[in-house]
Design a binder for this molecule. Structure first.
Ligand SMILES: Cc1cn([C@H]2C[C@H](O)[C@@H](COP(=O)(O)OP(=O)(O)O[C@H]3O[C@@H](C)C(=O)[C@@H](O)[C@H]3O)O2)c(=O)[nH]c1=O
Length: 197
């Protein structure tokens, strides 16, 4: 498992090393020790639930979703069939990148994964038919802590792919609030310059 931090601190791409032979390949899809090593803040995340979703149509949009404390979730997302544009929006109050988004194409072919820590909203758009998306999460699903925000909030300005089809949104995601209408929910340790630095 190799890892690469993205531009927004906290987001990390993981890629499995595939051992190919005449049968196909073998890969370690998750290894706790490598995952821990990749956490720059030394956080000790543990996964408690594995999720899977299937979306038949190209351009299906899910999100943007997050859970509030004490049920905030970190998510390790990967695409088992097809390909998605996976998106994370920083909603950590006090973060230098608050309101900014980052995206990564995750595909079954590449076998890459995106780590999204607690404090981000998450969503994706499918780029192929019959996409199966799997993700590990660090807190159990809790309907009363399950929240969302608008996928197309102009203040965030996510550059969704041309295939993104709002007709595919769930009833819940059609009426999500704007980021500006959400009270700050996640804290972020302020960056304090030490004397002499
Ligand atoms: C997320 C979730 C949903 N459900 C149920 C609730 C509902 O009846 C049904 C479908 O739920 P949703 O419409 O919220 O599914 P979906 O829109 O796919 O929600 C997911 O979207 C992506 C972007 C995420 O980041 C996930 O964390 C999750 O929020 O599944 C669970 O039982 N457990 C869960 O962990």
């Amino acid at each position: 498992m190799l890892f690469r931090p993205l531009a927004i601190p906290g987001l990390i791409e993981f890629t499995c090393q595939r051992h190919g032979d005449e049968r196909g390949y073998f890969a370690e899809a998750f290894r706790q020790s490598v995952f821990d090593q990749a956490m720059e803040d030394g956080a000790n995340h543990r996964f408690v639930q594995d999720n899977e979703s299937f979306s038949a149509r190209v351009g299906t949009i899910r999100g943007l979703h997050y859970q509030t404390a004490p049920m905030a979730q970190g998510k390790l997302v990967r695409c088992l069939s097809g390909a998605i544009m996976d998106v994370a929006v920083d909603i950590r109050a006090g973060s230098a990148s608050y309101g900014q988004w980052a995206a990564l194409v995750l595909s079954a072919k590449a076998g890459n994964q995106l780590w999204i820590p607690p404090g981000f909203a998450h969503g994706f758009c499918t780029l192929a038919p019959d996409c199966r998306v799997s993700y590990k999460v660090t807190a159990y699903y809790s309907p009363e802590h399950d929240k969302g925000m608008r996928w197309d909030d102009p203040a965030i300005g996510i550059a969704w792919p041309a295939v993104a089809d709002p007709e595919t949104l769930s009833a819940k995601d059609r009426v999500q609030p704007l980021l500006a209408d959400i009270a700050p929910i996640f804290g972020c340790a302020p960056v304090i310059a030490l004397e002499g630095e």
